[in-house]
Design a protein around this ligand. Structure first.
Ligand SMILES: [Zn+2]
Length: 228
């Protein structure tokens, strides 16, 4: 009897290990990952207009663009400033039976180049010359420095289950602006955005601009011109 009592402290080892694991998991989820960003602009931050920064083929990110990233629990990264509203949107969707996840968040210019290279290789494999393959790939993939994903303000959002895609896209279309996000590439605006319809691509612009863009039906390119 006395011996058993003496070794009771051993029971605390798994408990302590579990407590440590929980502590480190929480730390992992909450700590923003400060990743120095090679391309992109501190100037947007200073001017306070980072929310509506326009990035497209004609407006590449400035070379000194910097972003503080926050790592999501699925390993994707976003600009830490959009996280509270992104989380709020996901929580509300979940409470209405819609499970969302960020399929693609921030990408480095190097990531974007890799996507471009992969597509060029595919076209070459299909028999295109290098020149033709590059031209074709540029039709589909934003050149490094011109993808909104490089800002950390854009997210490709999908349903957790494939079958839920349409319902998810409809929900986002009707509700995302309440959390500061806009559908960035609507079907009827592709001649202005230069990007084909992407029902999954949402861009954080803040609640104020999102409400204006949602109510007016303008795309970000038009909204920017209207602000000048
Ligand atoms: Zn996207």
């Amino acid at each position: 009897m006395r011996r058993r009592k003496k070794h009771r402290w051993i029971l605390f080892i798994p408990l302590a290990m579990a407590a440590f694991a929980v502590f480190f998991m929480i730390r992992e989820l909450r700590l923003p990952a400060e990743i120095p960003y090679m391309r992109g602009s501190a100037s947007y931050r200073a001017e306070g207009d980072w929310k509506t920064v326009l990035v497209n083929a004609d407006h590449p990110l400035p070379a000194d663009y910097s972003v503080s990233l926050l790592r999501l629990d699925n390993g994707e990264y976003v600009d830490e400033r959009i996280w509270p509203e992104l989380q709020e949107m996901f929580d509300t969707a979940r409470s209405q039976g819609i499970s969302l996840y960020v399929r693609s968040g921030w990408r480095s210019a190097e990531d974007q180049q890799a996507i471009m290279d992969e597509m060029i290789a595919q076209y070459i494999e299909e028999g295109y010359s290098r020149e033709a393959a590059e031209a074709e790939a540029r039709e589909w993939v934003a050149a490094p420095g011109t993808s909104e994903h490089e800002t950390g303000l854009a997210v490709d959002i999908n349903a957790e289950e494939e079958a839920g895609s349409l319902r998810t896209y409809n929900w986002l279309k009707d509700n995302a602006h309440l959390y500061g996000f806009i559908q960035r590439y609507p079907e009827e605006k592709s001649s202005l955005t230069g990007i084909a319809y992407e029902p999954w691509h949402y861009r954080y612009v803040g609640k104020e601009a999102a409400a204006e863009i949602y109510d007016s039906g303008l795309c970000l390119e038009e909204y920017q011109s209207s602000q000048r």
